[in-house]
Each structure stands twice: as structure tokens, then as C-alpha cells.
Design a protein around this ligand. Structure first.
Ligand code: BG6
Length: 489
């Protein structure tokens, strides 16, 4: 058994345990922690859902899910241990009295309860009321909330208010699963464990930054949810702003939740507001139309199953974001994210400034600037493009652009890429909030995102079509080309 000093025995209560997220991500993540002996031996997993099933049926479902969603072969001994932790409780989330049954299911004694809300946010408040009614909340318990937290600043405040009637901020874990990704966490190491980047990380050295989070998938049968959200609420308000803030924040004093979150918050608050006066110049919204992915025809957004053919929800967003502070004044951060793009491909490219004077004109008339590429997924790694002399004798100095490539899969042989949820689940069990988003961050991010969404509405900005399988609408190329720059493809 690993050293679990920082973890007490818990009741991990999964609300919405039979839903998609729980089946695809949460149960496999807990299973992987079991494989690594990182769950306290006395902890239990209490699956809660509306359906009336018994433990035998739950077990069969869990085994089926693990077989489908865990990429390694399931270890029978670990599986047996994992299953022995399972308990099922059916519950009508809106009926406060039915929480009394949950109270009977939860063991007595002093286990920490971790309430994981893997349900639509609209019922977070009902669950909290029910738990309170059944006297199931103590100061030691934790609550985990999935994004999206709300649909706007106002609705996020409502949800946070409902939850904070019963839980204090230090008990609330707001998930943004990008913060659990290996490569996103590596941003902290890259920036703050390498003196090279602590000194060359500001407006004096950096020309601009590009952040691309492209997905080849469409909306995967989630039309109802997605059409209400769109790419701005689903991806930019949370994942992209979190990446941006880790990339741009000042060095935190330490890795504690308070220090890291305070620095991220300052970045989000310093973003230049985008409103109806500058929205056309700074943003592009797109929506995919019929197209091809890897040679296979795929339907456009409006032809997806369940679609409302008049929808003007965006499935692509590009933004020229700017941060108004001493470090970043004048350095644009170009963000771009979309569904049905040619491939799943997320990366950050930091473009450094060109040398002020070129002494190698004979060989290179326009000396390229250095570029640092951080490949978030897939093919995780870090790559630095630099100039090098081509070996050999010649009358002039011949130089060439080469790259230093740190590929994680080649460098860390045999290391499985840990899923974000696995890491985040462990942090929750250990009571560490650093990788979770504070209420202030969520609200600052909504303030910025809402202003863009409102501006699109008030200027009647319709999404521009782009064929599925392309890199987005042509105007996203113009967005960056206007500044004499281009997207790295
Ligand atoms: C989720 C979004 O938060 O992130 C999805 O709701 C998106 O629309 C997903 O597909 C992308 O996550 P990942 O880990 O596959 O990049």
C-alpha cells in the first residue's frame, strides 16, 4: 500500500453515477487509482442515480464500462478490490426526503464525504438542500462541481450561491479537467523550473502567442446541451482561459491553491474587454457545414441528429486576446478552438521576437524568430525551434532552422499518460485545491466571455460556415493576417 498519509478514509458519493461522464471518466479514473493503490483501503464508492437497480446490476455495468473505457487489460484482483468498495443508492434528486435513505447508506463514523456532482448544474442546489435536510454535511466534507458552472455570470452566481449556503469555499472543488492534464501542469514546470523561460517570458522577448485547441469530433450526440452552450461557453470560458492564465501569470510564491489561483485570477481580470465596439475586429465565430474528415463525409452542424436547422450556435471561435499589464502589454494571444477540425490537436506556440539585426543575410535574408511549441495533446511534448549552422566548409556561413524536440513518449518510456480525471480525483481525496478553479476565477472568466457573447448578439454576428475537416472560417485567417502573422498549421 502506498503512503496515504494525506488521505483519510472517504465515502466517494457519485451523483449521476450512471451518466456519461461517470461511466467514461470517473469510474475508470477511480479504478486506475485502485491499480496504483492510491485509494484508502477503507474508502467506499457510493453510486447514486435515479434508476432502481441493485448492486449486482451496478457491478455488471461497472465491469462493462471499465472494459470499454480503460485501455489496459483489467486486472482481476484489482477489479475485485474495486468492486468490493461499491454501494448503490437510487435517489430522486429533487425529493429532499429521499436523502434520508442516502443517510442510511452512508456509513456512520468519521469518514470524509466527497460529493461529486456529475449531474446537470441546474440540480446542484436541490442536491445541496437534500444533503442538508438529511444532516449529511459537515465541515470536513467536500463537494465537486463539473463545468459548465452556469451559462453566464448571473447563472453561475446563482449556482455558486446555492452551493455555498452549505459548503465553504475551501470545501468546493470546481473541475476544469484541462488543469489535470499532464502537459497543462507541465506549463508550471516549464516556466518556473527553467531560468531560460523565467527571463524571456514577457513583452521584451515574446512577439505573440497562439493557443489552438482543435477537435475532430463533432458534438457527439449532445446537440441539446451543446446548442445552448456553443464553443465559447463550452471551451473558451473555461479550458482556454485556464491555459492562457497559467501561461501568462506571474510566478506564484508557491504551489498552494491560494497562490496559484490568485495569480491566474489577475490574468483573467487583466484581459482587455471585448464588446460591440471591437468584437468584429477581435473575434470570429464559425459553424461547421458538411465536409470530409479523413476522406469520410460528415454532416454539418445543422444536419446532426436532433438539430434545429435554424441554430446559429458557434462551433468554432477565434479571438485576439490581449492582457493589459506590464508583462504583456502589446503581446497578442491568439486563441482558436473548434469542433470538426482536421484532427485532434492542441498546442501552444510562443513566438519570440526576431533578432534586431541580421548578420547572416548571405544565407538567410529574413532570419526566422525562435518558436517554443508546447504540444498539449496528442503526441505530448515541448519543441524549441532555433537556428543552427549547417556543418561544413563554404565561403559563407550556411544556417538552418532546426528543432530541439522533447517528446514525452520517447523520453519517458513506458509511462502511461495519466488521465486528467485520475489526477484530479486523487487531489480531491487528498484535499488539495490547487488544480481546481476558484469562484472568483469562474466569475471573472464569465464577465469576459459574457461581454463577447452579448456583443455577438447585439451586432447580430452570425457564425461563418467552415467545411467540416477544415481549420475554421477564412476570416479566422484574416484575424491574424491583419497583424502580419499566420497560424501555425
Ligand atoms: C469538454 C467539452 O469540457 O471538453 C467537450 O464539454 C470537449 O465539448 C472536451 O469535447 C474536450 O476534452 P479533451 O480532454 O478531449 O480535450
Amino acid at each position: 500500500m502506498k503512503n496515504l498519509d494525506c488521505q483519510s478514509a472517504s465515502e466517494i458519493v457519485l451523483f449521476g453515477a450512471l451518466g456519461d461522464l461517470s461511466r467514461r471518466k470517473l469510474l475508470p479514473a477511480l479504478y486506475q487509482l485502485e491499480v496504483s493503490s492510491l485509494i484508502h483501503p477503507d474508502s467506499r464508492i457510493v453510486a447514486v442515480a435515479r434508476q432502481s437497480i441493485d448492486l449486482k446490476e451496478l457491478t455488471a455495468l461497472v465491469v462493462e464500462n471499465l472494459t470499454n473505457f480503460v485501455s489496459e487489460t483489467i486486472d482481476e484482483a484489482v477489479l475485485a478490490r474495486f468492486i468490493s468498495r461499491l454501494v448503490y443508492q437510487s435517489l430522486d434528486f429533487k425529493d429532499t426526503d429521499s436523502y434520508k435513505q442516502l443517510a442510511q447508506t452512508l456509513s456512520e463514523g468519521n469518514k470524509t464525504r466527497v460529493y461529486y456532482f456529475s449531474t446537470p448544474p441546474a440540480i446542484y442546489g436541490d442536491i445541496c438542500d437534500g444533503l442538508h435536510h438529511a444532516d449529511l454535511i459537515t465541515a470536513a466534507d467536500r463537494v465537486v462541481m463539473e463545468k459548465p458552472i452556469g451559462h453566464s455570470l448571473e447563472s453561475s452566481k446563482d449556482i455558486n450561491d446555492q452551493v455555498s449556503r452549505y459548503f465553504k469555499e475551501n470545501q468546493i472543488y470546481r473541475i476544469d479537467h484541462y488543469l489535470g492534464k499532464e502537459t497543462v501542469l507541465n506549463l508550471l514546470v516549464l516556466r518556473f523550473a527553467n531560468s531560460l523561460f523565467t527571463t524571456n517570458w514577457d513583452r521584451n522577448s515574446v512577439d505573440h502567442v497562439q493557443i489552438t485547441v482543435a477537435e475532430s469530433v463533432g458534438i457527439e450526440g449532445r446537440w441539446g446541451f451543446y446548442d445552448e452552450a456553443g464553443q465559447m461557453r463550452d471551451m473558451v470560458q473555461n479550458h482556454l482561459l485556464q491555459i492562457l492564465s497559467l501561461l501568462a501569470m506571474e510566478p506564484p510564491a508557491d504551489l498552494s491553491a491560494d497562490s496559484v489561483r490568485a495569480e491566474k485570477l489577475k490574468v483573467i481580470k487583466a484581459l482587455t474587454p471585448i464588446d460591440k465596439h471591437n468584437v468584429k475586429e477581435k473575434t470570429v465565430r464559425g459553424q461547421y457545414s458538411d465536409g470530409y474528415l479523413e476522406g469520410v463525409a460528415v454532416p454539418g452542424y445543422l444536419n446532426e441528429e436532433g438539430a434545429n436547422e435554424n441554430s446559429n450556435t458557434e462551433t468554432f471561435v477565434a479571438i485576439k486576446a490581449e492582457i493589459e499589464n506590464w508583462r504583456w502589454a502589446g503581446v497578442p494571444f491568439y486563441l482558436r478552438t473548434g469542433k470538426r477540425m482536421p484532427k485532434k490537436h492542441s498546442e501552444i506556440v510562443v513566438h519570440f521576437k526576431q533578432q534586431p539585426h541580421n548578420i547572416f543575410k548571405d544565407s538567410y535574408s529574413d532570419l526566422p524568430a525562435n518558436k517554443l511549441t508546447i504540444r498539449l495533446q496528442p503526441d505530448e511534448g515541448v519543441e524549441l525551434q532555433m537556428m543552427n549552422k549547417i556543418p561544413g566548409i563554404a565561403s559563407q556561413m550556411n544556417i538552418q532552422e532546426n528543432k530541439l524536440d522533447l517528446s514525452f513518449s520517447e523520453t519517458y518510456d513506458n509511462e502511461r499518460v495519466v488521465d486528467a480525471y485520475e489526477r484530479l480525483m486523487l487531489e480531491i481525496l487528498n484535499g488539495n485545491q490547487s488544480l481546481f478553479v476558484s469562484r472568483d476565477e469562474v466569475e471573472a472568466a464569465w464577465t469576459w466571455a459574457d461581454s463577447i457573447i452579448d456583443a455577438w448578439k447585439s451586432t447580430n454576428e452570425q457564425p461563418k460556415p467552415y467545411p467540416a475537416g477544415s481549420w475554421g472560417p477564412v476570416s479566422s485567417i484574416s484575424l491574424i493576417a491583419r497583424d502580419d502573422r499566420q497560424w501555425v498549421e
